[in-house]
Design a binder for this molecule. Structure first.
Ligand code: SF4
Length: 349
């Protein structure tokens, strides 16, 4: 678990019942001299540059109200199929430190901001649901975890019951909780819903050790997934980002076998496969912060169709196909697999 240097609480936060509860939970972690009341988190967060790697030993946490847009439409190829999808913003930044994480080039600070206005997020979702009138065959999806991990701090933020209550009465709207965490204690207190899918990002254990710093081990994530499956929670799987290694086939065959030792690949509602990718800004930051990362080999990365840096095409096809085949060979349903953030979202070979 990360340790935090300071807790900065926006004045309005405790006016909200949920905000009061979160503040109490967080206050237990801090001594009084490390807690500050502030007017507006934006006066501090992002108003000056804080080096990303300070997250290792000087990480602050803000409790704040999100102003402005709470939901945004996802880019094309974010998920499988031609479905209306939105992500919602409940937090900025993350306690983990994956060396490919795009957050290092996105914000000017690694400090964590937790937004407490979940009721407003749900009101926005309600409006969108009314606008689209989703049906069984034409559902709508809302994704958490675009700017943070969905479960890592959920025992402190305790918003999950609000979302479960909401989605229980909107069966054709789906919620995805994306995570690399094994912190499922809050989920296990709830009754599973078919339309709330917890999706885990997994990589072979060698790649987790090399790239996913401070994240739960593969064994811990698999054990968490198994516990959720035992209770009937629907699950998704993200084999994303796949990082090329000469042992790619062996690594992913092994990973698929380790997953199937805990739960069959056909259990997952969907499996996404995606290669590591960066915008130019993030690519520069990754080179600065993690110069020896294996995926930075200049010969193998190039600007691709959406101006993001990815592996050159023949290699990319090889990576995607190899992982796809490993999934199929180990029992995944063909129709459950899609390629994430690629020109072709389904395998064309
Ligand atoms: S878990 Fe996700 S959000 Fe957190 S550091 Fe890793 S890639 Fe970034």
């Amino acid at each position: 678990m990360a340790t935090f240097s300071k807790l900065l609480i926006e004045k309005g936060v405790t006016k909200n019942t949920h905000g009061q509860k979160i503040v109490e939970n967080f206050k237990k972690m801090f001594s009084v001299e490390n807690i500050f009341e502030i007017e507006n988190y934006e006066d501090i967060f992002q108003s000056f540059y804080k080096p990303y790697l300070e997250k290792r030993n000087n990480l602050n946490i803000f409790l704040a109200q999100k102003k402005g847009q709470l939901l945004k439409e996802t880019p094309d190829a974010y998920g499988g199929g031609k479905i209306k999808r939105y992500y919602f913003i409940h937090a900025y930044n993350c306690i983990y430190e994956c060396n490919y994480c795009y957050l290092q080039g996105f914000f000017k600070s690694p400090d964590i901001v937790l937004f407490i206005n979940h009721e407003e997020i749900l009101n926005e979702m309600e409006k969108i649901i009314k606008q689209y009138s989703p049906t069984k065959d034409n559902p709508i999806w809302f994704h958490a975890g675009e700017f943070s991990d969905s479960l890592a701090l959920s025992h402190l933020t305790q918003e999950l019951p609000l979302y479960f209550n909401f989605f229980k009465s909107h069966p054709h709207a789906y919620l995805e909780l994306r995570t690399k965490s094994s912190n499922i204690s809050e989920l296990l207190k709830l009754a599973p819903l078919d339309n709330v899918v917890t999706s885990f990002s997994l990589s072979p254990k060698q790649q987790i050790l090399a790239n996913d710093f401070r994240t739960p081990t593969l064994a811990a994530r698999l054990s968490a997934m198994n516990s959720l499956k035992q209770k009937g929670f629907p699950l998704g799987l993200h084999l994303d980002p796949v990082i090329y290694s000469p042992q790619l086939k062996e690594e992913y065959t092994q990973l698929c076998r380790e997953i199937t030792d805990h739960l069959p690949l056909c259990y997952f509602n969907y499996i996404s496969i995606g290669v590591v990718r960066f915008t130019k800004e993030v690519y520069e930051k990754v080179k600065e912060h993690y110069p020896s990362a294996s995926f930075l080999n200049q010969d193998l990365m190039t600007k691709s169709f959406d101006n993001k840096y990815r592996a050159i095409m023949p290699l990319r096809k090889h990576i995607l196909n190899t992982v796809y085949q490993s999934c199929l060979e180990n029992g995944a349903k063909k129709e459950s697999i899609y390629f994430c953030m690629e020109e072709e979202s389904t395998p064309s070979y």
